[in-house]
Design a protein around this ligand. Structure first.
Ligand code: BG6
Length: 524
C-alpha cells in the first residue's frame, strides 16, 4: 500500500518570458544527430513561444553539399520525427523554416571560414552582429572549428556579442582538458564560452536549489547531524546503441560521472550562493568539488566499482552484452557501470558518504537523488525498532519528475502498527503544463548571456582532479572479471557490497515506480 499525499502548485507560476536579442545562430555539425534530435526541435519551440527573436537567423554548417531547400527539408523530417504527428504543426514549421540557411564547409579547413563570415554578413544585412556558435560535432572537430572561427575573425565582439557552446567531453583527463581550454582561449575569452551539460537544463535539476534554499523546512536539517547518506543514481535501460566507437574510448566514468553526476553532487551538497548569478552559483559548486580529497590508489580499490553488462533481458527483449555491440572489441574492458563513494570534508558533510552510481542496461531507467536521514531513537517501539524506516527525501529527475518524502505513520487499528508512507509531488500534476526540454532552456540561456547553468573552466578542472586518480588506478589494475552484471539487473554485486560495508543499501531501481511500504508492529 502506498499513501500518496498529493502536492498541488498553489501559485500560478507565471513569469515574464525571457526573450533573446536578435542574432545569427551558427550550428556546426548541422546534419548530425544532436542537431536533428535536440537542437532543431528546441529552437523551433523557442520560436513558437516567442522567445527567439523574429529577426534571428540560423545557419547550419556541415561538410555535405546541399542547398538551403534540401537542408530545410531534412530538418523538417527530423523535427517531425522528434515531435511526433500529434505535436508537429506544419504551419508553425513553415514560419520557422524561413530562418534556416545552409553553408557547406569542410570543418577542418580554416580557409573555408572566410566564406562563412561572408555568408553571415550577407544574411545579416552586411554586418556580423550578434553570433551564437554551437559545436554539435564529434570532439575531434572542436579544435579545427575554433581555429577556423579565429582565422576568419568571427570571434570578435566589435559588431555584437559572440558566444560559443561546446558539448562534452571537455578533455579525457585533467591534462587534455587544460590543453583544450588553452586552445579555446586563444580565440574566445572565458565569458564567451558556454560548456554545456544538458543535465543542468532539466527543470528537476534546477529545482534542487529552490527546494533546498527556498524552503525553511529542509535546509536546517541538510547536514551531517541529520543525514546518514546520500545516493545519486543515473540508471539507464538503454545500451550504447550505435555509439560503440565513442563509448569504447569514454566509458561510464568519463561519459556520466565527470559532468552529470558531479553536477548533481554539487547541487545537493553546495552552500547557498549569494545570488542566482553565474559566478556566485558556480563558485559554490566548485567549492564542493575542491572539498573532496582525490582518492589514493587504496581508496580507489576500496571505494569504486566498475562493471560491464553481459547479455540479458530488458522487459521482454533479450539483448546482447556490451562486448557483442557494434564497434566494441570482443575483449573490451570498458566500464558501462560505475559506483563510487565520495566524502566531502567540510563542517556540513564530514562523515556522510555520497554514493554515486550510473550504468547502462540496468533494470530500470531512473535518475534520482535520495537523501537518507538518520534513524531516530525509538524506545517507544522497542523490540521492533528495526522495522521503523528512516525518512528518505527522493528528488526524482526522471521518470515521474518530482519529489517524494517518505515517513512512518500509524496504521489505523488497535495494534501499534507503523507503515511507511509517502508525500508525493509530481511536476506534471502540480503544474499541468509542458516541461521544457533541457536544450530549450540552455539554448535560451546562452542566447540571453546567462552562463549560470554552464560549466566554467575551473569547474571542469576541479572535476578532473577527482576523476584522474580513479582513471589512473583503473589503468594500472585491469578489472578482474567482466562482464559482471546481466543486462536488466540492478548492477554488479560489488556495488551492493560497497554500501553494505557502511550498513547502507541502494534503493531498488524500481522503488519509485512500485513503492511497497514497510510495516512493523509493536503491541501496546
Ligand atoms: C549523455 C551521455 O551525456 O547523457 C549518454 O553521453 C547518456 O551516454 C545521456 O545516455 C543520458 O541523458 P538523459 O538526459 O537521457 O538522462
Amino acid at each position: 500500500m502506498t499513501i500518496n499525499i498529493e502536492a498541488v502548485a498553489t501559485k500560478s507560476g507565471e513569469s515574464a518570458l525571457a526573450k533573446a536579442e536578435a542574432c545569427v545562430i551558427v550550428i556546426f555539425g548541422a546534419t548530425g544527430d544532436l542537431t536533428k534530435r535536440k537542437l532543431m526541435p528546441a529552437l523551433c519551440h523557442l520560436a513558437r513561444k516567442g522567445e527567439l527573436s523574429e529577426a534571428s537567423i540560423i545557419i547550419g554548417v556541415d561538410r555535405e553539399t546541399m542547398d538551403t531547400d534540401k537542408f530545410r527539408a531534412l530538418m523538417q523530417s527530423a523535427v517531425h520525427e522528434a515531435k511526433g504527428d500529434q505535436l508537429f504543426d506544419a504551419e508553425e514549421w513553415r514560419h520557422f523554416a524561413q530562418k534556416l540557411n545552409y553553408f557547406a564547409c569542410d570543418l577542418k579547413e580554416p580557409s573555408r571560414y572566410g566564406g562563412l563570415a561572408a555568408r553571415i554578413q550577407e544574411l545579416n544585412g552586411g554586418t556580423l552582429g550578434n553570433r551564437l556558435y554551437y559545436c554539435a560535432t564529434p570532439p575531434t572537430l572542436v579544435e579545427p572549428i575554433i581555429a577556423g572561427i579565429g582565422t576568419a575573425g568571427l570571434a570578435g565582439e566589435a559588431s555584437g556579442w559572440s558566444r560559443i557552446i561546446i558539448e562534452k567531453p571537455f578533455g579525457r583527463d585533467l591534462a587534455s582538458a587544460q590543453a583544450l581550454s588553452d586552445t579555446i582561449a586563444l580565440v574566445f575569452m572565458e565569458h564567451q564560452i558556454y560548456r554545456i551539460d544538458h543535465y543542468l537544463g532539466k527543470e528537476t535539476v534546477q529545482n534542487i536549489l529552490v527546494f533546498r534554499f527556498g524552503n525553511a523546512l529542509f535546509e536546517p536539517v541538510w547536514n551531517r547531524n541529520h543525514i546518514d547518506y546520500v545516493e545519486i543514481t543515473a540508471a539507464e535501460t538503454l545500451g550504447i546503441g550505435h555509439r560503440g566507437g565513442y563509448y569504447e574510448e569514454a566509458g561510464a566514468l568519463r561519459d556520466m560521472v565527470t559532468n552529470h553526476l558531479m553536477q548533481l553532487l554539487a547541487l545537493i551538497a553546495m552552500e547557498p550562493p549569494i545570488a542566482f548569478d553565474a559566478d556566485a552559483v558556480r563558485d559554490k559548486k566548485i567549492q564542493v568539488w575542491r572539498t573532496i580529497k582525490p582518492m589514493t590508489a587504496a581508496e580507489v580499490a576500496a571505494k569504486t566499482v566498475r562493471g560491464q553488462y553481459g547479455s540479458g533481458q530488458i522487459d521482454q527483449d533479450v539483448v546482447p552484452g556490451y562486448r557483442e555491440e557494434p564497434s566494441v572489441a570482443s575483449d573490451s574492458n570498458t566500464e558501462t557501470y560505475v559506483a563510487a563513494e565520495f566524502r566531502i570534508e567540510n563542517w556540513r558533510w564530514a562523515g556522510v558518504p555520497f554514493y554515486l552510481r550510473t550504468g547502462k542496461r540496468l533494470a530500470r531507467g531512473v535518475t534520482e537523488l535520495a537523501v537518507h536521514f538518520k534513524r531516530p531513537p525509538q524506545p517507544l517501539f522497542a523490540g521492533k525498532t528495526e522495522l521503523i524506516e528512516p525518512n528518505v527525501i527522493a528528488l526524482r529527475i526522471h521518470p515521474n519528475e518530482g519529489i517524494d518524502i517518505s515517513f512512518d505513520a500509524k496504521q489505523p487499528g488497535s495494534e501499534m502498527q507503523t507503515v511507511n508512507v509517502q508525500m508525493d509531488f509530481r511536476y506534471q500534476q502540480a503544474f499541468n503544463m509542458r516541461i521544457p526540454e533541457a536544450y530549450e532552456t540552455l539554448l535560451l540561456d546562452a542566447l540571453c548571456g546567462d552562463a549560470t547553468l554552464f560549466t566554467r573552466r575551473d569547474g571542469v578542472e576541479a572535476q578532473w582532479r577527482l576523476i584522474d586518480p580513479i582513471l589512473e588506478s583503473w589503468r594500472q589494475q585491469p578489472p578482474e572479471t567482466l562482464p559482471n552484471y546481466a543486462a536488466g539487473s540492478e548492477g554488479p554485486k560489488a556495488a551492493d557490497e560497497l554500501l553494505a560495508r557502511n550498513g547502507h543499501k541502494w534503493r531498488l531501481l524500481g522503488t519509485q515506480l512500485t513503492n511497497t511500504p514497510q510495516t512493523g508492529t509493536t503491541k501496546q
